[in-house]
Design a binder for this molecule. Structure first.
Ligand code: IPM
Ligand code: MN
Length: 377
């Protein structure tokens, strides 16, 4: 527990990022009415649009605040035409940069379909996708694999002849994320919806790739320390069909970075779409929480996008702070927020455009803030 309260650095970033973060902060403020002084939020600008305007992705002061903060809340980065001189995404400092510099090695992406939310698979609603069947967490390695900044081009006389990305799987990188996933499977109160079994699925391509063979070997070695967790295996290609066909089989899933990036977007379809998908970038001492949907420039400023992904990111942030500092008060706030979210979504009364409804971004925030206050009584 931290007597002085927790420092939260908030970055709206680009596009719809600031709109959803504003709603997230509204919810934090509503929660704080019952727990004054538990946290202080400071907002900072930054991202691709900021880069186009100022020539900098963010100010040194904002970067220092991110490094100092107890937790970071990030909206999204990415703006049309905003690229760094080397061709990288302008704003990457806030996402990939922080993942690297703060060593946020586990990207934890819960995938749960709440009653009242419609999954986004085309066609008839089927019982197999009923809320009770979708309740998993995907843990994605977050610092290496194809994201290792060991890449480049061979350009001769102005012509690119070769472009290379290096896929690195290290023992340290694989082991710590796999251990994190086993521990999560141990802590989670629920097993897989199908049978209640505490299961950890290793997703890889170890029938072909050496790095994946190493990842799976590491999975088995670390798994030896967790005899109570069932070890389960899937090649990533087969996993994509199994996940959609039988989501109820999955409890916790662990995957290398690039495959994890892809399968978490796929999984989001089961939980109602990207509008509900949040991620926690977790390190040993630092953590950053974000909605996974990105900046969606075409919806920017329209007060239209779904802010629930950000609400789940806030819930993850409070839960992590509670765990990390053994602060029961924060864990209770996370529980309270989750209960309020579930009540707000139930019955499909609060639906934004992506769910076929007309509720605006700020109205969704108002409705949840009211539910949070009601939860306190
Ligand atoms: C994500 C995003 C990022 C990634 C992008 C914005 C760099 O897709 O968080 O999943 O590739 O990791
Ligand atoms: Mn992604």
């Amino acid at each position: 527990m931290k007597e002085a309260g927790y420092e939260i650095a908030a970055f709206g970033g680009d596009g719809t990022g600031p709109e959803v973060v504003r709603e997230g902060l509204k919810i934090l403020a509503a929660l704080a009415e019952g727990a004054p002084g538990r946290w202080h939020v400071t907002e900072y600008p930054g991202g691709g649009e900021y880069f186009l305007r100022t020539g900098r992705e963010w100010e040194p002061e904002a970067e220092a605040a991110a490094h100092r903060a107890d937790a970071i809340l990030l909206g999204a980065v990415g703006w049309p035409g905003a690229t760094l001189p080397n061709g990288d995404l302008a704003g990457r400092a806030l996402v990939l940069g922080l993942r690297e510099r703060l060593d946020l090695f586990a990207n934890v992406r819960p995938c749960r379909l709440y009653p009242g939310v419609t999954h986004r698979i085309s066609g008839e609603y089927r019982e197999v996708w009923a809320p009770k069947n979708v309740d998993l967490v995907i843990v994605r390695e977050n610092t290496e694999d194809l994201y290792t900044p060991v890449r480049g081009r061979l350009t001769r006389a102005g012509t690119t002849e070769v472009a290379v990305d290096t896929r690195l799987i290290t023992q340290k990188g694989a082991e710590r994320v796999i251990r994190y996933a086993f521990e999560l499977a141990r802590q989670r109160s629920r097993g897989a919806p199908e049978d209640g079994v505490r299961r950890l699925t290793c997703v890889d391509k170890s029938n072909v790739l050496e790095g994946c063979r190493f990842f799976r070997e590491t999975f088995d070695r670390v798994g030896g320390e967790f005899p109570e967790i069932e070890r389960d295996y899937a090649y990533v290609d087969a996993f994509t069909q199994w996940l959609v066909r039988s989501p109820e089989h999955y409890n916790v899933v662990v995957a290398p970075n690039m495959m994890g990036d892809i399968i978490t977007d796929l999984a989001a379809v089961l939980q109602g779409g990207m509008g509900f998908a949040s991620g926690g970038n977790i390190g040993a001492e630092h953590a950053m929480f974000e909605p996974v949907h990105g900046s969606a420039p075409k919806y920017a400023g329209k007060n239209q996008v779904n802010p629930f992904a950000t609400f789940f990111a806030v819930e993850q942030m409070l839960r992590w702070l509670g765990d990390h500092h053994s602060d029961r008060a924060l864990t209770l706030q996370a529980d309270r927020l989750e209960a309020a979210i579930a009540r707000t979504l139930a019955g499909g009364r609060v639906r934004t455009y992506d769910q076929g409804g007309q509720v605006t971004t700020s109205e969704a925030g108002d409705r949840l803030a009211a539910a949070v206050r009601a939860e306190a009584r």
